[in-house]
Design a protein around this ligand. Structure first.
Ligand code: NAD
Length: 290
């Protein structure tokens, strides 16, 4: 398949490399002029999408996605699939899909879970919104770049699934970190805390798989001085998207709002910028009652 790939950063780079390694013809464009193994560099976004059957975008946010869509949609081949894998707001995802459909294209929003490791290993999970025909065309590509692709319904539903998932993740990580900090102050050993909670009703991915306490549970960014991993800044971005969507949909999300505010303070006013999102544990552990 001929594939145009726009946005070859930490995630897009390895995803494009995996598609090329699997034998697809991949033409890539990034404003930072990066070179990716097996990917033919294009001089412009329009050059990258020319004649492509599928165009994949992996960009920082909805504003940039909309700008890129304005450029590439008119240059794309009729019937081609516009496959956006970035994490963006639901409104931008739906607007770009409408623009693509009006131009005779198929459109999918397919944000991912799994991080840079998943992008490199080809084990991402895709949450996909859009039409069935587009999903079927893109399915073999999802199978190369990931382990699982769930079709969540019409355009925007992939982003909806992503931000709901990450809102739960932000809330459970904060809860897990709070509980560890409380356990410390109550004199409970962290290993004992892990052994109990990871096999009890307080268990979650944040505790069992990505434990925020160093030296406890499976290896995680906590064991690497909280180097990301998944940066607190990116968690803040996703929680903001969730809050924006909640406001638009008139949904009551008090814990999501509290999590967004805590990560905002952590990233903007404390020392959280550039640290893993599980570094909430040393933050709580070093404080008294707020
Ligand atoms: P990144 O900043 O490493 O990559 C984005 C790339 O887009 C950069 O290389 C940048 O130069 C390029 N770019 C910016 N504007 C452009 C334009 N107008 N035209 C072409 N290229 C342009 O970010 P990333 O970590 O690869 O994340 C990409 C997306 O994936 C984001 O939406 C992010 O929220 C999402 N995501 C990231 C992770 C993660 O762990 N990094 C996990 C899941 C989802």
């Amino acid at each position: 398949m001929k594939i145009g790939f726009i946005g070859l950063g930490n995630m897009g780079g390895p995803m494009a490399a995996n598609l090329a390694r699997a034998g697809h013809e991949v033409i890539g464009f990034d404003t930072a002029s990066v070179v990716i193994d097996g990917v033919t560099p294009a001089n412009s976004p329009t050059e990258a999408v020319e004649g492509a059957e599928v165009v994949i975008t992996m960009l920082p946010n909805g504003k940039i996605l909309r700008t890129v869509a304005d450029e590439i949609v008119p240059a794309m081949k009729q019937g081609a699939v516009f496959l956006d894998c970035s994490t963006v707001d639901v409104d931008s995802a739906r607007a770009v899909a409408e623009q693509a459909l009006a131009a005779g294209l198929s459109a999918l929003d397919a944000p991912v879970s799994g991080g840079v490791g998943g992008a490199t290993d080809g084990t991402l999970t895709f949450m996909v919104g859009g039409d069935e025909a587009g999903f079927e065309t893109a399915k073999p590509l999802f199978d190369i770049m990931g382990r699982k692709a769930v079709h969540c319904g019409p355009s925007g539903n992939g982003q909806a699934a992503k931000i709901c998932n990450n809102m739960i993740l932000g809330i459970t990580m904060i809860g897990t970190c709070e509980a560890f900090a409380l356990a410390d102050k109550l004199g409970l050993d962290r290993q004992a805390m892990f052994d109990v909670v990871s096999t009890s009703s307080g268990s979650s991915w944040s505790m069992n798989t990505y434990c925020p306490a160093p030296g406890v549970g499976p290896t995680s960014p906590a064991d690497n001085d909280y180097k990301p991993g998944f940066a607190a800044d990116l968690m803040l971005k996703d929680l903001r998207l969730a809050m924006q969507a909640a406001e638009g949909a008139d949904a009551d999300t008090p814990l999501g709002a509290a999590a967004a505010d805590l990560y905002r303070r952590f990233v903007e006013e404390e020392d959280g910028a550039g640290r893993d999102f599980s570094a909430m544990l040393p933050r709580f552990a070093g404080r008294g009652r707020a």
